[in-house]
Design a protein around this ligand. Structure first.
Ligand code: GFB
Length: 330
């Protein structure tokens, strides 16, 4: 049973509630389901094949039938920098529809509390670092993910509008770059962590001379293990109720080339690091300030190297019994 990391009063008690995790098949949704098993609530899930969240009639039928008390809206069209650039229409259209359908129907069926998940890419390209929540809409967006970003900003505004007009307890959380079990390992559409784990593993297995990263390697990114993220989201569901969105980060960032070197060390690949500078860098830096979350009493607990070691061992196997024991894999 995870410890409660705060002495704050509970504003929303999950005990006995029917809680829908929208998007339970994704990396964050599946971590939320794992985390919610420690709460005394009923977890509701539905697959994409059964209910298409971009279809309003299907969303309405499902929500009327199941009558959730609380909703974690973690369903989204997501992907790494290349996928965002390649499929702008899908990223803006699918995400706008999913948010509009679920948030509107949550109001109609009387959902007591809804948590909408955004992303650190809502912030302007040149936002002051670490990025505080007030930086939203203070400048132009990073072009590589502006489509996704606009859709996520619309989701925040939808929650605020329903709170303002109808007094709905709908909140928004902005997680930083997430990694962990259930990630997408496709090299074209995935994010940097699973891609580099996969590339380094392939390079080791084939005794390759080098590992190629995209871009210059100079961008900085903040990473958070998805189990930390899920714990923070459950914490916010219970303890946060405000119209302002709130950042969910680890508070530390790392250069992409240093991340690659760390992953090479973990995987045990000793070749050369090369850079494909024809590929985009994206934002130079996007370290969020998570001071507001810390002030509520929550902090991330999983260090990057330990988290990466665990993910690598789980995904690709780890034959070292001492390390398996240390990582609690058995
Ligand atoms: O994780 P990533 O695709 O997303 O890329 P973003 C992070 C950084 O790693 C970029 C570099 O500077 C990439 O150029 N990188 C180096 C690589 N090698 C690789 C590689 O093999 N694969 C990938 N994917 N990147 C996303 C947004 O931006 O962040 C999404 O596009 C979302 O919409 C997500 O917001 C959290 O951090 O650049």
């Amino acid at each position: 049973m995870p410890e409660e990391r705060t002495s704050l009063g509970t504003v929303y008690d999950l005990r006995g509630k029917r809680v829908w995790v929208a998007g339970h098949g994704g990396i964050v949704g599946s971590a939320l389901v794992r985390r919610l098993k420690h709460e005394k609530c009923t977890i509701l899930t539905i697959t994409r094949q059964e209910v298409d969240l971009t279809r309003q009639d299907q969303v309405e039928a499902w929500m009327r039938e199941t009558a959730p008390d609380a909703v974690f809206l973690s369903a989204a069209k997501v992907g790494g920098i290349f996928a965002n650039e390649s499929y702008p229409a899908d990223f803006i259209y699918d995400n706008l529809l999913i948010e509009a359908n679920v948030i509107r129907t949550a109001f109609e069926v009387g959902v007591e509390k809804l948590l909408f998940l955004g992303s650190s890419c809502i912030y302007p390209k040149l936002a002051t670092q670490p990025i505080v929540e007030e930086e939203l809409l203070s400048g132009p967006l990073e072009p590589t993910n502006q489509w996704y970003s606009i859709a996520k900003i619309a989701g925040i505004k939808l929650c605020q509008a329903y709170r303002s007009q109808h007094d709905c307890d709908f909140i928004s959380a902005m997680p930083t770059n997430i990694y962990g079990p259930g990630d997408n390992y496709d090299l074209n559409s995935g994010h940097v962590v699973p891609s580099l784990l996969q590339k380094a593993h392939n390079a080791k297995m084939s005794s390759a001379a080098s590992l190629e990263i995209w871009g210059t390697g100079s961008p900085m990114r903040e990473f958070m293990h998805v189990d930390d993220c899920a714990d923070a989201l459950v914490f916010l569901m219970k303890h946060y109720s405000d119209k302002g969105h709130i950042n969910v980060g680890s508070g530390k960032d790392i250069r992409i080339d240093d991340l690659a070197l760390l992953i090479m060390k973990i995987v045990g690949f000793q070749g050369e690091l090369v850079r494909d500078t024809a590929k985009p860098d994206g934002m130079a830096r996007k370290l969020m300030s998570s001071d507001r979350l810390a002030a509520l009493g929550w902090r991330a607990g999983i260090e990057l190297e330990a988290g990466l070691r665990q993910v690598y061992a789980e995904r690709f196997g780890n034959e070292n019994p001492r390390e398996r024991k240390a990582l609690r894999l058995d």
